[in-house]
Design a protein around this ligand. Structure first.
Ligand code: 5CA
Ligand code: ZN
Length: 409
C-alpha cells in the first residue's frame, strides 16, 4: 500500500538528545539508544470510519518519537499496518450495505489526507492485512507445527501457555485479562478452547465473508495479532526499538503479539519499548468508532480549522494522559497558534538557542510536549512584550517548532 507524502523536516543547529520513554512492559522509563536506523512499528487504523481525535493523538505521540530520533541525526524505519479485513470492518460494511473493500479504501484514503494535513511523517512501509496474508500463513503453520497452536472447528488458536513470558507486556492478572479479552475482540467464552484467553490466528472461511487461500490451514482470514507480528517481523525483524499504539492495545493486542513472536523466534521482547498513548474522550467516554462519540479530523478541516491548530490541541496534552476533547481545547490551540505566528513574523527577537534546547529536553523526557509548548509560549510572550535583537531568531524558532513538533508557523 502507498502511504502519504512526507512534509519536510528542517535541520536544526546542534543535535538532539536520546529519547527516554515509558515502557509498559517494565513500567519504567527506558533510554532508547537505537542504531543508526531506529526501528518503530505503530499499529494502524481499522478503516471503517474516519480518523478521530483519539487516533490523531496516538499518531501524534509516535510522530514525536520519530522527530526526536531524526534530530539525533538517525534515520528512522517506520512501519505501520492497516487492518483492512476484520470483524468490525465487515460488520460496518454489512450495516451500511456497502462493499467492504470500497469502505476500507475510502477510509484509508481519508486517513492519508488527515495525516498529511497534520504533518505526521509517513511510514516507509504501509502494509495492509490483506497484502500480508502470504506472510502470515507460514507463521501460523510454524506455530501449529511447534505445538503452540491448535484447531477448533477449523479455526486455529494460539495457545498462550506456549509462551513462558505471556503476561509480561501488560502485567495484568488473569481476571483482568479475561475481561479485556471479551471487550477487545477476543472470544473467552467459546467452548472448546484450551485457555479462554487464547486468540485466533486463522479464522476458517465463513459463509458470505471474504476468505483467502491458507495453504495447509485451509481457506480463511488472519487473526488480528498475528497480522501485526507478521508485518513487524517481515519489515523490522526482532528486537526493534518501539511498538506503539493507544493504551487499549496493551492487552490483548501487544501482549499476544509479543507471545506469538516469542514462540516463533525464541526471543523476548519483540520491541525494546512498548509505548502506549492515553485515551481521548468525548462527553466523558472514550472516543470510539463503536460508540460513535467522535470528533473527526476531516470534519474540523472542512469547517476551516487550521490543521496546525488541531496539532497544537493534541500537543497540549501529555501523550500518556487520558484527556477529554472540548471546544475549549481547540479555542486555546487557535489562540496559541496566533500568538506564535505573530511572534515569529518579525525578523529579529530574543535568542532562540536556549529555547531549542528546552524543546529538545522536554521531548527527550518521555515526550513532554506540554512542557515544550510552555517553553515556546515563554519565548513568544517575551517577544511580544520586549522583543529582541537576535537577527534570524524567529526563523530558528519557526524551524524548531516545525522539525520537533510538526507545527508549521
Ligand atoms: N487496527 C488496529 C491496530 S492493529 C486498531 O486498533 N485500529 S483502530 O482504528 O481501532 O485504532 C487505531 C489506533 O488509534 C490504535 O493505536 C488505538 O489504540 C488508537 N485509538 C483508538 N481510539 C482512541 C482514543 N479514543 N484515544 C486515543 N487513541 C485511540
Ligand atoms: Zn496492531
Amino acid at each position: 500500500m502507498h502511504a502519504w507524502p512526507a512534509s519536510e523536516v528542517p535541520a536544526l543547529p546542534g543535535k538532539g538528545r536520546d529519547l527516554q520513554i515509558h515502557d509498559t512492559a517494565t513500567g519504567r522509563l527506558v533510554t532508547l539508544e537505537p542504531g543508526p536506523v531506529a526501528r518503530i512499528y505503530v499499529c494502524g487504523i481499522t478503516p471503517y470510519d474516519a480518523t478521530h481525535m483519539g487516533h490523531a493523538a496516538t499518531y501524534n505521540a509516535f510522530d514525536l518519537v520519530q522527530r526526536v530520533w531524526l534530530d539525533t541525526k538517525r534515520q528512522v524505519h517506520y512501519v505501520q499496518n492497516v487492518t483492512d479485513v476484520d470483524d468490525p470492518l465487515l460488520e460496518r460494511a454489512e450495516r451500511d450495505g456497502v462493499d467492504w473493500v470500497a469502505l476500507a479504501e475510502k477510509e484509508t484514503a481519508l486517513f492519508r489526507e488527515d495525516m498529511t494535513a497534520l504533518r505526521m511523517l509517513p511510514p516507509q512501509d504501509y502494509i495492509g492485512a490483506v497484502e500480508a496474508i502470504p506472510g502470515i500463513v507460514p507463521l501460523v503453520e510454524r506455530l501449529r507445527d511447534a505445538g503452540a497452536a491448535y484447531e477448533l472447528e477449523g479455526d486455529i488458536y494460539f495457545s498462550v501457555e506456549a509462551d513462558p513470558d505471556f503476561g509480561k507486556v501488560s502485567g495484568l492478572d488473569a481476571a483482568a485479562m479475561r475481561l479485556l479479552s471479551a471487550e477487545r475482540g477476543g472470544d473467552p467464552d467459546r467452548v472448546g478452547k484450551k485457555n479462554p484467553l487464547d486468540p485466533m490466528l486463522w479464522m476458517a472461511a465463513r459463509e458470505g465473508e471474504p476468505s483467502w487461500d491458507g495453504g495447509s490451514l485451509g481457506r480463511g482470514r488472519p487473526g488480528w495479532h498475528i497480522e501485526c507480528v507478521a508485518i513487524a517481523l517481515d519489515h523490522l525483524g526482532m528486537g526493534f526499538d518501539v511498538q506503539g499504539g493507544g493504551s487499549d492495545l496493551a492487552f490483548p493486542h501487544h501482549e499476544m503479539g509479543a507471545s506469538h513472536a516469542q514462540v516463533l523466534t525464541g526471543e523476548f521482547p519483540m520491541a525494546k519499548a512498548y509505548v502506549h498513548a492515553g485515551m481521548v474522550a468525548l462527553h466523558g467516554e472514550k472516543m470510539s468508532k463503536s460508540k460513535g462519540n467522535l470528533v473527526f479530523v476531516s470534519k474540523l478541516r472542512r469547517d476551516g480549522v487550521d490543521p496546525a491548530a488541531i496539532r497544537l490541541s493534541l500537543l497540549a496534552h501529555h501523550y500518556r494522559a487520558d484527556w477529554e476533547w472540548t471546544d475549549q481545547v481547540l479555542e486555546d490551540a487557535v489562540a496559541r497558534l496566533d500568538r506564535w505566528r505573530a511572534a515569529v513574523s518579525r525578523p529579529d527577537g530574543p535568542p532562540a538557542e536556549a529555547l531549542v534546547e528546552e524543546i529538545r529536553a522536554a521531548l527527550a523526557n518521555d515526550l513532554d510536549a506540554p512542557a515544550a509548548l510552555a517553553a515556546v509560549d515563554r519565548w513568544a510572550a517575551f517577544q511580544q512584550e520586549q522583543g529582541g535583537t537576535d537577527e534570524g531568531a524567529p526563523g530558528v524558532v519557526s524551524r524548531a517548532v516545525d522539525a520537533l513538533l510538526g507545527v508549521a508557523l
